[in-house]
Each structure stands twice: as C-alpha cells, then as structure tokens.
Write a protein that binds this ligand. Structure first.
Ligand SMILES: Cc1cc2nc3c(=O)[nH]c(=O)nc-3n(C[C@H](O)[C@H](O)[C@H](O)COP(=O)(O)O)c2cc1C
Length: 198
C-alpha cells in the first residue's frame, strides 16, 4: 500500500474506534441485510465495538429480531455511517455471525440497566400488538429478587452479540477538493487499498 492509502486506512479504523468510545457521527449506522426472498432490509444500529486486529465490528441486538434470522440465512451485510460535519461517508461490507463467546457475557455485564431492559420483553421485536391493548403486552416489572434474577437470565438469552468480519471498506470524503474515495479489500494477510473515482 502507498503512504496515502495507509493514512486513509489508519483514519478509517481510528474514527470507527472513536465511535465506540464516545458518541460521534459514526456511532449510529445503517445495517443492510438480505432477507429470505433476496430483498434488502436496512435499519439503524449502534456500533458497539471495533476490533482492528481482526478487522471486525460488533453490535448488539435481540436474538429474536428479523436481522438475526436474515444473517443466519445469508451472512452478507453492509453498514453505512456518515459524518455530516466532515462530509465523510464510510461503507463497510462483510459477513456477520453471532458471537456466543465469553465476550458476549462481558458486554452484557457492561451494559447499562436501560440497555439491558430492552431485552426483558417476552415479546419478539416485530410482534403484532393487539389493536386496543398495548398495555397488556408490556412486561410486568419483576417483584421479587428471584424473579428479577430469572428475568435477567432470560434477557441475557435474548441478547445477541453480532460480529461483522469486514471484507471491503469504502471511504468517501466530500470535503476534499477534488473529492476523495478510497476502497480497501481484505487480502490474505493485509488490506489492499486503492483510490477510486467518487
Ligand atoms: C437511533 C437508533 C438506534 C438503534 N440501535 C439499535 C441497535 O444497536 N441494535 C438493534 O438491534 N436495533 C437498534 N435500533 C432499532 C432498529 O433500527 C430496528 O428497528 C430493530 O432492531 C428491528 O430491526 P429488524 O426487525 O430489522 O431486526 C435502533 C434504532 C434507532 C432509531
């Protein structure tokens, strides 16, 4: 790789990593999956971890959500983030998998109670709510310590830690003059980068 492409690659990983340490414009991205009919599905997700050494990103989701079954059917995913202040778009393409290693548990423990509460509902995301009885499907707050512990175990079961092995990175800087676009592909040992037409 040239010095210029190395510098862009460095900036890609630095800025993705920064997005997981504090809130930056790259913290919120749009994840695309492919459903069983081959149709694209895109939704907002929070970028939670960046592992530069393995070239992987991670996000948290509900194991029962549509995106998890879509990934099981076809692991190919794409994630796009955009920094409006810098006019920089990053597109990431790769393969996703559920990570059931000890890291999943470590992440679960590190989550704030507000985030963990999202997994307490017995109802899967996308479940149709009765027209007039929205209150009926709200999970009842746990009343006893034992119940709370059971709820916590059930919530953990629903918690999925999704890792994305990045295969292609696309960096578009609209603030540069002329605009700059670089693509990086994962080679056998290292990333290979080239400048391409925006
Ligand atoms: C700002 C914002 C952040 C979100 N972050 C996440 C996230 O990190 N993980 C997640 O599963 N869903 C997140 N969501 C909800 C998803 O966009 C989506 O509605 C939900 O996961 C169900 O998607 P699915 O049915 O395609 O699986 C977020 C939504 C918004 C608006």
């Amino acid at each position: 790789m040239t010095k210029a492409s190395e510098a862009v690659l460095e900036e890609i990983w630095r800025s993705l990593h920064a997005a997981t340490a504090r809130h930056t414009p790259f913290t919120l991205g749009y994840l695309g999956t492919v459903d069983a009919e081959g149709a694209p599905r895109v939704r907002a997700v929070i970028l939670r971890r960046v592992d530069r050494e393995w070239g992987e990103l991670a996000l948290a989701t509900d194991r029962r959500s549509a995106k998890v079954s879509e990934i099981a059917g076809n692991p190919r995913v794409a994630l796009t983030v955009y920094d409006e202040e810098r006019s920089v778009q990053q597109r990431i393409e790769g393969r996703a998998r559920l990570d059931d290693s000890a890291e999943r548990e470590r992440v679960w423990v590190s989550l704030g109670s507000h985030s963990r509460d999202l997994y307490r509902s017995p109802w899967a995301p996308g479940t149709i709510l009765p027209a007039e009885a929205g209150d009926d499907v709200e999970p009842r707050p746990a009343e006893t310590h034992a119940e709370a512990a059971t709820d916590d175990a059930a919530a953990f079961e629903r918690f999925a830690w999704v890792r994305i092995e990045c295969e292609r990175l696309d960096w578009l800087d609209l603030s540069a003059s002329p605009q700059e676009r670089w693509e990086f592909r994962r080679g056998a040992d290292e990333w290979e980068g080239q400048r391409i037409v925006p």
